[in-house]
Design a protein around this ligand. Sequence first.
Ligand SMILES: Cc1cc2nc3c(=O)[nH]c(=O)nc-3n(C[C@H](O)[C@H](O)[C@H](O)COP(=O)(O)OP(=O)(O)OC[C@H]3O[C@@H](n4cnc5c(N)ncnc54)[C@H](O)[C@@H]3O)c2cc1C
Length: 737
Amino acid sequence: MMHARPAELDALRDAVCRCLAAAWPEGALTPRPDLAERLPRLWASMAASGQTVIGHPESGFGIQAAVIAAMEHGVAGSPAAIIPSTIVNLACHTAAPDIVEAVQAGTLLPAIAYAAFDGDHAAGTARLAAGHLCGNLNFVEDVPVASHLVIFVDQGLAVIARSAAGLVATETPGLVRPAFHRLDLQDCPARLIPLPRDRLDDLARIARLLYAARALGAARRAFSLAVENAKTRRQFGKLLAQFQAMQHKLANCEIALQGSEAMLPHAAMLCDAGDDDWPLFAEAAIAFASSQLRQTSVETQHALGAMGYAEAHEAPAHFRRVHGDLCRMGGAHRAQAALFDAVRSRGALPGFWLGDGAEAYRARVKAWLAQNWDDAAQAEERGKPEAVRGLDPDFVRRLAQAGLLSASWPAEHGGENLGFLEQLALNEELEAAKAPYSLAVCISWLLAPLVISHGRPELQAEILPRARRGEIVAALGYSEPEAGSDLSNLKTRAVRDGDDYVITGQKLWGTLTEKATHILLAARTDPEAQPRRDGISLFVVPADLPGITIQPHMAFYGHSFCTQFYDDVRIPGWCLLGEENGGWPLLGSALASERVFMGGKVRKLAGIFGRILDHLGEQNDGRPGGGTAERIGALAAELLVARLFALRSIVALEDGRMPIVEGAISKVFSGELAERLSETAIDILGTGGLLGSEAADAPLGGLIEHELRTALMMVIGGGAAEIQRSIIAQQGLDLPR
Ligand SMILES: Cc1cc2nc3c(=O)[nH]c(=O)nc-3n(C[C@H](O)[C@H](O)[C@H](O)COP(=O)(O)OP(=O)(O)OC[C@H]3O[C@@H](n4cnc5c(N)ncnc54)[C@H](O)[C@@H]3O)c2cc1C
């Protein structure tokens, strides 16, 4: 186990960047003809900055450090053998300390060939017998500048001098630069570093993780050039960055980059910690990065236009690197298939450790569910019609009275001061247990926190004690006929009249409003305000007041959403949240929380994924063919990314930041993933996937067709995907409106 602390990793990143800036100053544009001269200088500088010890147990720098270094070498377009040196440090520290010493001193420059461990069908093989190596190997990097070749063989690593008799190296030009080489080995004298097969497998997997990290650095750098270009280049009288097509293209790339930036270090951290699940997470990180970053580099080239198509521009060098690093060693398909196997043998997707406090709270929730949500109750729930499934007021009351819905509230309001991570643990367990808690969502995630932070004492007295008893059901009154995505255009009026407000207007699509005791209402208090959003206030309105009419409609996913009419509805002034005309920022934070919550729904998707996996297990003894295993592996990787995205949003809330961009990324990614998951399941199940829960013998209990309908809602509701992409572009990438 190698545990560098975050500060040490930050210091290493700084040292790598400083070294590259000094010894490789032009980055990817550094001229390569004199590489043989430049590289030793770069290597010496790397040794001086501590990079050549990465991977050695005594250095304290393990795979997390290697991922950081590989990413920075990717950003800089550096050809230094940072990946081979890490592998040598990991593999040879006990059996060949002299080799390790020479690498660290910069007198031995290694190139690596993975041979039968490569994973590419054309990578070739090498055979070691009686201290001599024979074989033919393809796709070997760093050969012209290497002093030695380190070759994977069945018994371990075989090391030969670049100048060894019987070795012929031939350049194989192509997309990758410097070019790959082919090695023909005829009885080359070799030194064996013996290693067991599973260690060799691990080393090859670590190498794949590091190539993906280096590709990520290259993709990120090229992407930043595209963003800069879009912010400065004008067409049709506007900056390129002002075109929505460009904003959404760049937002997609940003999601792919951030997903890779979350997954690769996470897998590395698990590897350093000796976690049993690290190979699974490594395959997931590679599977995700391999497909997403190649697409990102293609999109980046599009975004740069002809500017970035010149060989003299930096972007093509990064394009070459991204493809060179991600297509090799079996690429995305190998990782997807390996991930499928790993998840299937594990039986389910792994979860994420949320920390001691949240995990203790999870245990408390589980214990409560074991007592209060038994098999008989679950069977009864499954037999209910779709329109009432998930909506059990009695269950919500018991949940609330156990203190589980108010645990995150401050103690003075009867809570336990627990945080957002505890709320996530609660939601995950409720979703995993398919508990009927939907009536609690709006009050516990949105309304109660707003009332606590911005409610007047009278409102707090009205809402909080009853919410703690599970007697409040909240609904949202935001959308209107002419205010869906453009919420700031809302027309419903709230007019001050003495101590009261009088409300007039119409709201649409309020989820389950017919069951609500209270509505979180957005209304216009200043019709003249410019911008329009500065004239909006937020109120908590009792749903049974005279003048309110609720008309339920059946939404496509099987629960109601309602039209709400407000005809001169009089509410006391203390129903106002925060300041008059100050509703927009509150609305923004409530919407971000809603997006975080919807992003957190990914735990439910993991459950559905588990059911699909079980079904495949029942149908196939071995791995399913026709690309199914790879599709499922790709989905598994995306599900893990979606959970990391949701987790990041919650951690931001925990740190006191409103995760506007993180929430948008989480929401758009998990919503569209829900659609992909359902569509894939239907492809696997065939027509049977369209059968519902009432149909006898419906595959997976009719789950999938319902999930497909629900997935559409996840993409549209709470702010449609296009709006989220615009938020990512404008607030995350700072692109102009
Ligand atoms: C099941 C369900 C439950 C809901 N529950 C509630 C609720 O409880 N309370 C509530 O207030 N609302 C609720 N909504 C409404 C929801 O918030 C809106 O549907 C959402 O904000 C999108 O608005 P819209 O439907 O008017 O779509 P529109 O704004 O008409 O958008 C239609 C399409 O055009 C795209 N579009 C719109 N503007 C742009 C733009 N500038 N650039 C590019 N594309 C654009 C959108 O992305 C979308 O694809 C619910 C919706 C659903 C489906």
